[in-house]
Ligand binder design. Structure first.
Ligand code: GLP
Length: 241
C-alpha cells in the first residue's frame, strides 16, 4: 500500500484529483468506480476545476457508483444520484449513457443487483475504484459482518451508519434503512484502489483497516490483500499509521 499523508485538505484534494485526471488523460476510455459521502467532495471540486481549465475531457469514460440508498427518489437531494449530479456529472462532459448508479427505487431490487452486476461484467474491470471509509470500517455500504457478499446486493444499514449519515438529512428518521452496494468482490477486482480518509474521528479505524487483522468485521481491512492500493490521508486521520 502506498500511504500518502497531507498537511492540508487542499493538497489532498489536488493529489486525488490529479490521480483521477491523470488516468483519464492517459486512457480516455478509463472505467472509474466512484464514491459518495463527504470525503470525495473536495476531490470532485478539483476535478471539475481541472476540466473547466480545459485540461481533461471525460467524454469517453465509463463510471460505476458504489452504492445508492433504497427508497428515496433520485431527485431527493441526498440520493447518490443527486449527489453525483450536483458534485460532478452536471459540471463535466461525461456521457450519461456510460454513467452507472444502482437504482434504489427498482421494483425488484434483486433483479436490479443482477442488472448492475451484468453491467460490471460487461465492463470487464474497473481501472480505478475511489473509496471513502465508514467509521465502522465499511467500504461502499459493505457493513461489518461475519461474512461479506462478493457482488452487488441489498444491505441493511447499521444504526451507526445511519447516525453518521443523519447529518445530511433533516432527521435520523429520514435516513433510509437499506441500500444497494457493490460487493467487496467487485471492489477488490478493480485494477487500482484509491482510498481517501479525512478527520480525527477516523484515525482509529484507519489504523485498524490498514494495519490490523484482515477480517470481514472490518471490511476495509480486506484492502490489505489488494496489490495496488493508494491511500490519501489528512494528518488527523493518518495520526496512527
Ligand atoms: C457512506 C458511503 C460510503 C462512504 C462512507 C463514509 O455512507 N456509503 O461510500 O465512503 O459512508 O462517508 P463520509 O465520507 O461522509 O465520512
Amino acid at each position: 500500500m502506498n500511504i500518502l499523508k497531507f498537511e492540508s485538505q487542499q493538497k489532498l484534494n489536488e493529489a486525488g484529483a490529479g490521480i483521477l485526471a491523470g488516468l483519464v488523460q492517459t486512457n480516455p476510455r478509463v472505467v472509474l468506480g466512484l464514491a459518495t459521502g463527504g470525503t470525495p467532495v473536495g476531490i470532485y471540486e478539483e476535478l471539475v476545476d481541472t476540466h473547466r481549465k480545459g485540461m481533461v475531457s471525460f467524454k469517453s469514460i465509463t463510471t460505476f457508483n458504489l452504492d445508492e440508498y433504497v427508497g428515496i427518489s433520485t431527485d431527493h437531494p441526498e440520493s447518490y444520484h443527486a449527489y453525483m449530479n450536483h458534485h460532478l456529472f452536471s459540471h463535466i462532459d461525461a456521457n450519461p449513457a456510460r454513467i452507472h448508479i444502482p437504482d434504489g427505487n427498482a421494483a425488484d431490487l434483486k433483479q436490479e443487483c443482477e442488472r448492475y452486476n451484468a453491467l460490471l461484467d460487461d465492463a470487464k474491470q474497473i481501472d480505478l475504484q475511489l473509496l471513502g471509509l465508514g467509521h465502522n470500517g465499511h467500504i461502499g455500504f459493505n457493513e461489518p459482518d461475519h461474512a461479506l457478499m462478493s457482488g452487488t446486493h441489498v444491505v441493511k444499514l447499521k444504526e451507526e451508519t445511519r447516525s453518521a449519515n443523519a447529518r445530511f438529512f433533516n432527521h435520523i428518521d429520514e435516513v433510509p434503512t437499506h441500500a444497494l452496494t457493490m460487493g467487496v468482490g467487485t471492489i477488490l477486482k478493480a485494477k487500482m484502489i484509491l482510498l481517501v480518509v479525512r478527520g480525527a474521528d477516523k484515525a482509529e479505524i484507519v489504523h485498524q483497516a490498514l494495519t490490523g487483522p484482515i477480517t470481514t468485521e472490518c471490511p476495509a481491512s480486506l484492502l490489505q490483500t489488494h496489490p495496488h492500493v493508494v491511500v490519501l490521508l489528512d494528518s488527523e486521520s493518518g495520526r496512527l499509521v
